[in-house]
Design a protein. Structure first.
Length: 281
């Protein structure tokens, strides 16, 4: 895949409620833009790296936590003059969403970072140590193959999510606006995501944001790595898939997500997802 050409893909896998990784890379390589249908929390342990998420370049420091919401297009940008080390949690959004009532909501940490318009959280050292210790225990449990290890791992995962949500709620100054970005391009990205059912042609966007269309297209590509058309199509298909999973008929999902007719939607959906809309359950 060539991210310079503005293409990107769904990657990763998740066949249980969470998946834990501890990775340390030293070999020089380029990461591609990609997205997941699950949420992700990254604990950045060391190295020299920034993180691109939806057109924003976040400047990282060791011990930062990075929140990547499902379907957000992202990639790390790594300087391999130092090893790139991190712990990663893939998280089934539907699972933690079940742990929601009037007293608590385990998705609150993701909602809070979205509200603060940042994906980076930087806690005081004592809070970071507590969270790291739980991640370390999760890693040990994964490697032990002990009795009821899978059950205990899930308990540790829930413990971590409780701790993380408490930390996000109790540390109001933890949300770091470390991103570099072109505000005009971020405004366009936000508008696209909030108006997928509307006409989003290059001409209409150019007129709305008072930019020449060629300058707008060039800047969008420079700032995000992909074209306006490709980004819009991908987001429409992701939104339609979410609607299908919630039981909304495919013809309704197609119209609500900005496709002019069902046949166009079905072709685009199959090309991107590998299956026809009626097969999504």
């Amino acid at each position: 895949m060539n991210d310079i050409a503005g293409t990107y893909e769904k990657t990763g896998y998740l066949n249980k409620h969470y998946k834990f990784f501890h990775l340390k890379d030293s070999d020089n390589r380029e990461f591609d833009y990609h997205y997941h249908d699950f949420d992700k929390i990254i604990y950045f342990m060391g190295g020299k790296a920034d993180y691109m998420i939806e057109g924003k370049k976040f400047l990282l420091e060791p011990y930062d936590f990075i929140f990547v919401n499902r379907n957000e297009i992202h990639k790390p940008m790594v300087d391999f003059s130092a090893p790139y080390e991190r712990m990663i949690l893939y998280i089934d959004h539907g699972f933690i969403e079940k742990y929601t009532d009037d007293a608590y909501d385990l998705t609150e940490c993701f909602k809070r970072t979205f509200k603060e318009k940042t994906n980076i959280v930087r806690f005081p050292a004592v809070v970071t140590r507590q969270l790291y210790e739980t991640l370390r225990r999760m890693e040990e449990n994964d490697n032990d193959n002990a009795y009821a290890g899978e059950l205990y791992g899930e308990i540790l995962f829930l413990e971590f999510m409780v701790q993380m949500n408490r930390a996000c709620l109790e540390n109001e100054f933890a949300y770091h606006q470390t991103a570099k970005y072109n505000k005009k391009i971020i405004d366009i990205i936000q508008f696209i995501n909030e108006n997928l059912s509307e006409e989003l042609s290059i001409d209409s966007l150019s007129e709305k944001f008072y930019m020449s269309k060629y300058h707008m297209m060039r800047q969008f590509k420079e700032e995000t790595g992909y074209s306006i058309h490709q980004y819009t199509l991908e987001k429409r298909i992701l939104a339609a898939k979410s609607m299908l999973l919630n039981g909304i008929p495919a013809t309704v999902a197609a119209m609500e997500c900005g496709f002019k007719d069902y046949s166009t939607f079905a072709r685009a959906f199959k090309k991107k997802s590998g299956s026809i809309p009626s097969k999504i359950k």
